[in-house]
Design a protein around this ligand. Structure first.
Ligand code: FMN
Length: 437
């Protein structure tokens, strides 16, 4: 069996103020310009990565908690990743670029046209990370927001509509016969007419057919309905990496079951597990870092509180660290899953300090308790994921060259030597690379 795995980079916190809050901000890179990202995209391509996924959320969330989102630039501002993609394609030759898109933000005809154009312009390297965040509904004239499952229903209808438009051209419709002077045969174009629950529109689409297949569809939703979406539609499913073999295998089996349930083969969906490692230069340094994380200082706890406040749109920063987290502080729209992730197994009388300290706690790559370690230890862990039949890994971070080089410089040569990371591309774009092993 091939030991190769697919590698991606997840540009977390999106196309926003990178470096904010870090010393490397003083490098004076402009996050609003393309050069920072182009430089890092080239580094990822040289390293043999298949794809770069760019996080996004089109909204700053609920109107009365905007300050929590922008105060430390955790939730915004940000630009639209779809607009960054052409600059990254222009700077690279093989790397797939996957902006995050929300079906609420684009009418299917507009989306089909823009994505088709980018697929052609990029040499078949476009992917789309389809998310169903409903908090942005008020910006798009679709308030009140849809419920969780209905947003997935809308996403399926949207994608189905886009695909029907991409398939507007029947076999033989594109003639391109210089002798007869005939470019196309309009009688062979499909008269798409969609009348759906969420979208109604007519085709056909005025873009030519794809040569190497449609843009790659990526999805990150892990609920039952999210996995149903992935099973029916996705080429790549993302998940945060659990630490143990049983969880990895169970997640993969759930994705494969979902694919089969929707009439597809399990090999049609690759699963990439996202990892955010902290790489250090020696096992001793890793041990020191992990030991220190057991007793976080107040400043560390406050930083965690700020990030959680942004993510949960709830102000935790002014709460007493030594009192329990007040029940009922969260507004109705805050995701229950996110609250559960914050609180963990702690009972309601637990002081906030203890709840937050659990989020500061680090573990070692070497014993499977976490993600701190040396590049060699990370390579061991990735190789182990391969032994558990994993398809690939998504490394998680910003795209500042400091972050990218810290992650790749020692890791890439080790993975290459072990035959885990490709040393050449298949050619033919993102889909071809994903299907090449
Ligand atoms: C690796 C990963 C990346 C994600 N990226 C985004 C993103 O860019 N934008 C977004 O709105 N949600 C993102 N999500 C969240 C999911 O889209 C989804 O909202 C969340 O998992 C809840 O959906 P679910 O109930 O189906 O799990 C991401 C999740 C994961 C695990």
């Amino acid at each position: 069996m091939s030991g190769l795995q697919h590698f991606g980079w997840f540009l977390a916190r999106g196309f926003g103020p990178h470096g904010w809050g870090h010393p490397y901000l003083d490098w004076n890179y402009r996050w609003t310009g393309p050069r920072l990202y182009q430089e890092s995209a080239r580094a990822l391509e040289q390293a043999g990565f298949d794809l770069l996924i760019i996080e996004d959320a089109p909204s700053l969330g609920s109107a009365d908690t905007i300050d929590l989102r922008v105060r430390h630039a955790f939730g915004g501002p940000k630009h639209d990743p779809l607009m960054l993609a052409p600059y990254l394609f222009d700077a690279t030759e093989h790397l797939g670029v996957v902006p995050t898109v929300n079906p609420a933000a684009y009418l299917p005809y507009t989306a089909a046209r823009q994505f088709a154009s980018l697929q052609h312009l990029s040499g078949d390297r476009l992917g789309l990370n389809v998310v169903t965040d409903t908090g942005s509904a008020r910006h798009f004239g679709t308030a009140p927001p849809l419920g969780h499952d209905a947003a997935y229903d809308r996403a399926e209808e949207w994608l189905g509509g886009i695909r029907s438009l991409w398939r507007s051209w029947d076999e033989g419709a594109l003639v391109r016969d210089i002798d007869s002077g005939r470019y196309a045969d309009g009688t062979r174009m499909r008269q798409t007419a969609r009348r759906g629950e969420y979208f109604s529109f007519d085709g056909p689409l005025n873009a030519i057919p794809f040569e190497e297949g449609e843009p790659v569809i990526v999805s990150p939703g892990g609920s039952g309905r999210g996995l149903g979406f992935a099973g029916a539609n996705s080429d790549v499913q993302l998940a945060l990496a659990p630490l143990d073999e049983a969880s990895i295998r169970a997640y993969r089996a759930a994705v494969h079951d979902a694919a089969r349930a929707r009439g597809r083969a399990e090999t049609d969906v690759s699963v990439l597990f996202a990892i955010q490692p902290t790489l250090v230069s020696s096992p001793e340094e890793a041990d020191r870092l992990v030991a220190a994380s057991r007793t976080p200082d107040d400043e560390t706890l406050r930083t965690i509180a700020r990030r959680q406040s942004s993510d949960l749109e709830t102000d935790l920063t002014s709460l007493d660290l030594d009192a329990p987290l007040p029940r009922g502080i969260f507004a109705e729209h805050v995701s229950h899953g996110s609250i559960r992730r914050l609180v963990g197994d702690h009972d309601p009388s637990t002081p906030l300090r203890t709840v937050l300290a659990a989020h500061a706690r680090l573990g070692r790559l070497s014993d499977g308790s976490g993600f701190v370690g040396t590049a060699a230890e990370l390579a061991d862990r990735i190789e182990q994921l391969g032994d558990w039949d994993n398809d690939g890994v998504l490394l998680w971070g910003d795209l500042h060259p400091v972050t990218v080089h810290r992650m790749l410089d020692d890791l890439v040569p080790i993975l290459r030597r072990r035959g885990v990371l490709r040393d050449s591309y298949a050619g033919g774009g993102l889909r071809a690379n994903l299907r090449s092993f």
